[in-house]
Write a protein that binds this ligand. Structure first.
Ligand SMILES: [Cu+2]
Length: 490
C-alpha cells in the first residue's frame, strides 16, 4: 500500500516537472502561469516607517509599467526580511519598433521590451534599464517574439557559464516562439549591461542592449526595478542617495542606418536574414546617426536633459553600445571618474577631466559637481554635453545634431521643456523642422550675404572651380523615405 502511494507521488512529481518544462518552451506568454508577486501588504510596514522619499520609491517599485503586462516585473520574495524584495523576475520580449530619432528620420530597431499586453507594448530604444540589489536572485525570461533567434548575455556580471548567453559557446539560441530563463545571483554592485549575443556584430546595434545596474544592499531599499529606455533615474537607491542628489543613465549608441533600413525595406524574413548577416559587411560600415538614450539632437534636449541645481552631486552612468569610442565632453564642468566597468576606481586614481573616453562595451560612472567654484563647475546656465568626435555633432553630417544634450540648471528650463537661453538669442525651433536635416535650409541667415531665402541659390557662377572638379565625402540624397509605421492604417 505504501509502495502504491509512493508510486502515485512519483507520478505526480513527474507530471509537475513536465509542466515546468512546458513553461520554459511555451510560445504564447498568455499561456504562462505566473508565480504570484510578493504580497504587497508585506511592504506596507516599510511604507509606514518611511519618509516622503522612501514612500515615493516604494510607489515607483510597485507601479506597473504603462503598456506592459502587470507581471512584466515580479517582486517574488523578501528573503532576508529587510523590507525589500530579494528575488526579481523580469519578463522581456523582442519587439521591432520604428523611432523618429530626429525630426523626419524614422529608423527601425529591435529592442528587448517588458512583456506587453495583447494590444500594447512599452517597447522603446534603448532596451530598458534593469536594476536589482546586491545578493538578489535574478531571473530574466526572454520570450522570443521575433522572427530571428536571440539570446541575452549579461555583460560584466558574475553568472554560471551556462547562463552566459553565447550561442556557439555555452547556450542554445532562443528560437522564434520559444522562451528561456537566465538566472543569476547579483554580485558586486556597479553599472553593467546586457545584450543579445547572436550575430553580435549586428544584433546589439539593432537595439538589443540595455543597462543593468546592481545597487548596494541596504534595508528597505525600494526602487523601480525596470526603467523604460534610459535617462533620469528618479527612484534612487539608498546607497546612491547617501552620496548623490541626482542620477542618470546615459546610453550612447551610434549606428549606420543602412543596416536598420534592411528590415524596414524588405518583408520576407529569409531575405532580411541573408541581407543583414551575409550581404551587409560591418567592416565596411560607417556610423551616420549618433544616439543618446535612443534619440539624436534636438530630441535629446527634450528627452535626456541633465537637470541640476547648484552645489549638488549628480551620478552619471555612461554606457557605450556603439562600434567606436565616444569622447564625452562636459562644457563648464569637470566631473570625476568614480567607477570603470562596474568596479570602483581607487580614490587616489579618480581623475577629474573634461573629456572622458568610453570604448565600445565600456561603462564609466562620473560624479558631476555643480555650482560656481570655478574648479569643478563654472556656474549656473545651460552647458552642452557631447561626444567630442566631430561626426557625432551631426545628424547624417548636418550640425547641430547627434548626441548633444545639456546640463541645465534650475530656472533654465522653458515652459516648452527645452532649455532657455538667458541672452534670449538661441532658439531651437529651426531644428525641429525635418527640412533642416534634409539639407534644404541654409546654415546661416541669407541676410549675411545681402540676399533673401528666395534668392539664396540664384545667380551662382556655373563655371568649374579653380583647378577643376574634385571629390569629397558627400551627403547621401538618393534614398527614398521608408514606409512609416505611424502612417499605416492597421
Ligand atoms: Cu539577437
Amino acid at each position: 500500500m505504501i509502495e502504491m502511494r509512493r508510486l502515485v507521488l512519483l507520478i505526480l512529481i513527474a507530471a509537475l516537472l513536465l509542466g515546468g518544462a512546458t513553461f520554459l518552451i511555451a510560445h504564447d506568454p498568455a499561456d504562462l502561469e505566473f508565480v504570484p508577486n510578493l504580497d504587497r501588504f508585506a511592504l506596507t510596514a516599510a511604507y509606514r516607517r518611511g519618509g516622503e522619499v522612501e514612500r515615493a520609491n516604494l510607489e515607483a517599485e510597485l507601479t506597473p509599467i504603462p503598456g506592459a503586462d502587470d507581471n512584466a516585473v515580479q517582486l517574488v520574495r523578501d528573503i532576508d526580511g529587510d523590507g525589500d524584495p530579494d528575488e526579481i523576475h523580469f519578463h522581456l520580449e523582442v519587439v521591432e519598433i520604428q523611432e523618429e530619432v530626429y525630426p523626419g528620420e524614422y529608423v527601425t530597431f529591435w529592442v528587448f521590451a517588458p512583456l506587453g499586453t495583447a494590444m500594447t507594448s512599452p517597447a522603446r530604444l534603448p532596451s530598458p534599464t534593469l536594476r536589482v540589489e546586491e545578493g538578489d536572485i535574478v531571473e530574466i525570461t526572454l520570450y522570443n517574439t521575433h522572427y530571428l533567434p536571440h539570446t541575452i548575455h549579461l555583460h560584466g556580471t558574475s553568472q554560471d557559464n551556462n547562463m552566459d548567453g553565447v550561442p556557439h559557446m555555452t547556450n542554445e539560441e532562443v528560437q522564434p516562439g520559444h522562451a528561456f530563463t537566465y538566472r543569476f545571483v547579483a554580485g558586486k554592485p556597479g553599472t553593467f549591461w546586457y545584450h543579445c549575443h547572436v550575430q553580435d556584430q549586428i544584433h546589439p546595434s539593432m537595439g538589443l542592449a540595455g543597462m543593468l545596474i546592481i545597487e548596494p544592499n541596504r534595508p528597505n531599499n525600494n526602487f523601480a526595478h525596470l526603467v523604460p529606455g534610459a535617462g533620469r533615474i528618479t527612484s534612487m537607491s539608498k546607497a546612491t542617495r547617501e552620496q548623490y542628489q541626482n542620477e542618470y543613465s546615459l546610453v550612447y549608441m551610434d549606428i549606420d542606418d543602412h543596416l536598420n533600413r534592411i528590415p524596414a525595406a524588405y518583408s520576407d524574413p529569409r531575405e532580411i536574414e541573408k541581407l543583414m548577416h551575409r550581404d551587409y559587411d560591418v567592416t565596411q560600415a560607417k556610423s551616420n546617426i549618433f544616439l543618446l538614450n535612443g534619440r539624436s539632437f534636438p530630441f535629446t534636449l527634450r528627452d535626456s536633459p541633465i537637470l541640476v541645481k547648484p552645489d549638488e552631486l549628480t551620478k552619471l552612468r555612461v554606457l557605450n553600445i556603439g562600434p567606436r569610442s565616444i569622447f564625452l565632453h562636459t562644457h563648464g564642468h569637470h566631473p570625476t571618474l568614480t567607477d570603470l566597468d562596474g568596479y570602483p576606481v581607487p580614490k587616489e586614481a579618480q581623475i577629474t577631466r573634461d573629456v572622458f573616453d568610453v570604448g565600445p562595451g565600456q561603462r564609466a560612472d562620473l560624479a558631476l559637481h555643480t555650482g560656481s567654484d570655478g574648479y569643478y563647475a563654472a556656474g549656473p546656465g545651460v552647458w552642452l554635453v557631447h561626444d567630442h568626435a566631430q561626426p557625432a555633432a551631426t545628424n547624417k553630417g548636418i550640425n547641430p545634431g547627434g548626441d548633444h544634450t545639456a546640463i541645465i540648471y534650475d530656472g533654465f528650463l522653458g515652459d516648452d521643456g527645452l532649455p532657455k537661453d538667458p541672452t534670449g538669442h538661441a532658439s531651437h525651433e529651426p531644428y525641429f523642422n525635418p527640412d533642416y536635416y534634409k539639407g534644404k535650409v541654409p546654415v546661416f541667415d541669407p541676410k549675411i550675404f545681402g540676399t533673401t531665402l528666395e534668392n539664396y541659390e540664384k545667380g551662382w557662377p556655373t563655371t568649374p572651380p579653380a583647378g577643376g572638379n574634385f571629390d569629397y565625402p558627400k551627403r547621401e540624397d538618393n534614398l527614398a523615405p521608408l514606409p512609416r509605421l505611424d502612417l499605416i492604417d492597421a
